[in-house]
Design a protein around this ligand. Structure first.
Ligand code: 2SA
Ligand code: MG
Length: 424
């Protein structure tokens, strides 16, 4: 591996953080390329559970460069909270690099995120409320304030003033809420600037230099392909591009420099937030998987919706991200079920449909077609090779690789670093 991308193949929370952490051992740099603190990773090692939102899990290795790429949206105070959290664990931050081109999440973005959701009523997206959508809206509208602006106080002040004029007008006229004052935001952001200044730079140069020197670089996606603004279940998506192609845009590394794409999937499916979810379980099997798998959002604590493995979704992920290897996680969570199911295709108006439709009305009329398999009851959490798995589990895994067309490279039987097993 010289460069590899780790992407989510479902609706996020597939265990990308754990897999990045696992693969990071052999990498010299780890980079995020989209999203912000809407992401949440839980990593367990040395008996401690760590939760990160923005900083790549590679930070726990003392010698790896960790990059927050230009495609990210960054809330400085949330970032500082995360830096303090890491410092509290004795983590050295000197390898952190933050793109000067990344956009800032501002207080009005958080407020607007919540107001927009409330005004949508029952058609809300179910966002994390972190201001992600409004921050990307400003980026696209070319009025965004960037991390690099923190280094130039007068330019920052000028951009903030211009934005406040517009945002306060919306807040007062449209939503009839209190406007934001300039001073408080300015002071808070300038104080934050002092703290993060040492890490701000052109991270495209950092990453390309590393690649040109033959260093191994790992790109860590947040969320998943079904939350991608182009390839996901639009409009029930996030506002960035978690697909592998997002790496080029969000990190300033060209497509000719990407070698491998690892798709991460759970052995079942989860989704937080609203929007379609064809294989969702509304029964006690779903509840059991949620409890055993501790399926609650890392960022918001929301219970995740749970369903069977959907190979239509993961095939879609394979195609749009050019996935070369599959990491199948949380197999242990299915232990104890008498039968397990995999969705092989959808049925729409009597016809089999193999590809995920763009049209959510068509999707609403699709019925999952399942194959059913015997489950397993053996404890698999200590398994060290694929062949140690019970035969029923092996069959289940094999069928998933056949249906998705992706060779298995990793599987996991628990949250720990030692419960992640490389197959090839
Ligand atoms: P947003 O806040 O604008 O990005 O929300 C838009 C949609 O994207 C979903 N989304 C996520 N889905 C799963 N995991 C995410 N991160 C956290 C985690 C979630 C949490 O890792 O656990 O803690 O609740 C994530 N981030 C965004 C979101 O649910 C909306 O459907
Ligand atoms: Mg997560």
């Amino acid at each position: 591996m010289s460069t590899a991308v780790v992407v989510g193949t479902q609706w996020g929370d597939e265990g990308k953080g754990k897999i990045t952490d696992f693969l990071a051992e052999k990498a010299e740099a780890v980079a995020r390329y989209q999203g912000g603190n809407n992401a949440g990773h839980t990593i367990v090692f040395g008996g401690v559970k760590y939760k990160l939102h923005m900083i790549p899990s590679g930070i726990f290795y003392q010698d790896k460069i960790c990059v927050l790429g230009n495609g990210m949206v960054i809330h400085p105070e949330a970032l500082i909270t995360e830096l303090d959290y890491l410092v509290g664990y004795g983590v050295d931050l000197s390898n952190l690099r933050i793109s000067d081109r990344a956009h800032l999440i501002m207080p009005y973005h958080l407020r607007l995120d919540r107001l927009e959701e409330t005004s949508k009523g029952s058609s809300k997206i179910g966002t994390t409320g972190k201001g992600i959508g409004p921050a990307y809206m400003d980026k696209a509208a070319r009025v965004g304030i960037r991390v690099g602006d923190l280094l130039n106080p007068s330019r920052f002040a000028e951009k903030l003033k211009r934005n406040l004029e517009e945002k306060n007008r919306i807040l007062e006229r449209l939503y009839e809420v209190e406007p934001f004052g300039f001073e408080e935001i300015y002071d808070t952001y300038m104080k934050a600037a002092e703290r993060i200044k040492p890490y701000i730079m052109d991270t495209s140069v950092v990453l390309n230099d590393a690649i040109d020197q033959g260093k191994r670089v790992l790109f860590e996606g947040a969320q998943g392909v079904m939350l991608d603004i182009d390839q996901g279940t639009y409009p029930f998506v996030t506002s960035s591009n978690p697909v592998a192609g997002g790496v080029c845009i969000g990190s300033g590394v060209g497509p000719t420099k990407i070698n491998q794409v690892v798709g991460v999937a759970k052995a079942y499916t989860t989704r937080v937030g609203d929007g379609p979810f064809p294989t969702e379980l509304h029964n006690e099997i779903g509840d059991q998987i949620r409890e055993i798998g501790r399926e609650y959002g890392t960022t918001t604590g929301r219970p995740r919706r749970v369903g069977w493995f959907d190979s239509v979704v993961v095939r879609h992920a394979r195609r749009v991200s050019g996935i070369t290897g599959l990491s199948l996680n949380s197999l242990d969570v299915l232990t104890g079920l008498d039968t397990v199911k995999i969705c092989v295709a959808y049925k729409y108006k009597g016809e089999l449909m193999e590809n995920y439709p763009a049209d959510l009305d068509i999707l609403a009329d699709c019925e999952p077609v399942y194959e059913e398999f015997p489950g397993w009851h053996e404890d698999i959490t200590q398994v060290k090779t694929l062949h140690d798995l019970p035969l029923a589990t092996q069959h289940y895994v094999e069928r998933i690789t056949q249906l998705t067309g992706i060779p298995l490279t990793i599987f996991s039987v628990g949250p720990g670093r030692d419960q992640t097993i490389q197959v090839r």
